[in-house]
Design a protein around this ligand. Structure first.
Ligand code: MG
Length: 353
């Protein structure tokens, strides 16, 4: 594992421009009290307190101030939260509530207000949470003059990524939470090939910039991914505090165009060059010309050579066809096979010696 990490580090230094794979800063423990706390930012545009915002025209409205018809408890029974004065309020002991409908990739908006007067300290004050797909929590908390551990501030990907700022308003004031969520992708073997990605704004202040979740969130723990459906309900947390919500909406997003394309040093590309044997008795030949990899599929004519776009040191996409190559390495970091995904079908090929 250490060898692999060192190898990856060498690769990254060696020329990967762009984002790093899903990993967390190893110097901080979960809920580390010594981790620097996010700086306080006073959010702007305060002109929306009296009146809830309005959903964009193409959004699915999950709460418009009137009723909980879009929500149930985790058992699928009517939600036990209450609606008062255009807001829904968490009722202690009523449990989490979730949407009846399911969502995957989405843009999500809600407004929340922490209870007033503020009661409790740290995580006990104005705690709730937005659970994307029911398992990836963006924390909601009252941290106005109320410090807590960094990875538990509002807008944190709970216990994983602290927010870039503590951008809350005082308790009782309405606040905006906006999330752009990309669900994790799994291959046929149930392994995660793209972790969940989150961009989050609290009161218009960017607090998460496309961070990758390392798995479902939890208290005192970081869990590994388990394969799940492409769409699952959104949930709101009952943490025992009467947090209020209004103007909740979601816009479903089409799959994105994939991660940015990178330029990698030729010696990194060279690792993947070779012939890979598929079960069906045809092979894939990967070749390189300067900083460009090409794939030739043995089932097609020799003229069909596909240029590959670089999505990462071991991940490449066909430029002209919806196909993807995910190269597999052994313990010493050498490429020994490839998972080839084309038109939704996945094939595994072993590298020929
Ligand atoms: Mg919470």
């Amino acid at each position: 594992m250490l060898i692999r990490s060192l190898y990856l580090a060498a690769l990254l230094i060696g020329g990967l421009a762009g984002s790093a794979p899903a990993q967390l800063d190893p110097q901080w423990k979960i809920h580390d009290q010594s981790r620097p706390k996010p700086p306080t930012v006073t959010p702007g545009h305060p002109g929306f307190q009296e009146r809830a915002g309005q959903a964009p025209s193409d959004a699915t409205v999950l709460f418009d101030g009137r009723d909980l018809s879009q929500w149930v408890n985790l058992e699928g029974e009517p939600a036990g939260w209450v609606v008062k004065a255009g807001a829904m309020e968490c009722v202690k002991g009523a449990g989490y509530i979730r949407t009846e409908r399911s969502f995957g990739d989405c843009q999500m908006h809600l407004e929340w207000a922490a209870p007033t007067p503020a009661r409790g300290d740290g995580q006990a004050r104005g705690n709730s949470g937005l659970f994307l797909m029911g398992q990836y929590e963006v924390q909601i908390l009252d941290t106005f003059q109320n410090p807590t551990y960094a990875d538990g501030y509002p807008g944190s990907v709970y216990a994983q990524h602290p927010p870039l700022a503590n951008a809350v308003r005082p308790p009782g004031e309405w606040q905006n939470l906006d999330v752009i969520f990309r669900r994790p992708r799994f291959n046929a073997a149930g392994e995660v090939v793209e972790p969940a990605r989150l961009t989050v704004m609290v009161n218009g202040v960017l607090v998460q910039d496309g961070v990758r979740a390392v798995g479902p969130t939890g208290w005192l723990r970081r869990s590994s991914y388990l394969p799940h459906a492409d769409k699952l309900p959104l949930a709101l947390q009952d943490h025992g505090n009467p947090v209020r919500f209004r103007n909740i909406w979601v816009r479903e997003l089409a799959p994105d165009q994939g991660p940015a394309e990178y330029s990698l040093a030729p010696r990194i590309l060279e690792r993947c060059v070779g012939t890979y044997q598929l079960e069906e008795n045809w092979n894939i030949q990967v070749t390189r010309t300067n900083s460009q990899l090409f794939a030739r599929l043995g089932a097609l004519s020799r003229d069909d050579v596909f240029p590959l776009a670089t999505a990462g040191p071991l991940e490449y996409r066909m430029r002209t066809v919806d196909g993807r190559f995910l190269f597999q390495t052994n313990r010493s970091g050498q490429v020994e096979g490839v998972i080839f995904n084309i038109a939704g079908e996945e094939k595994k090929a072993r590298r020929q010696p």
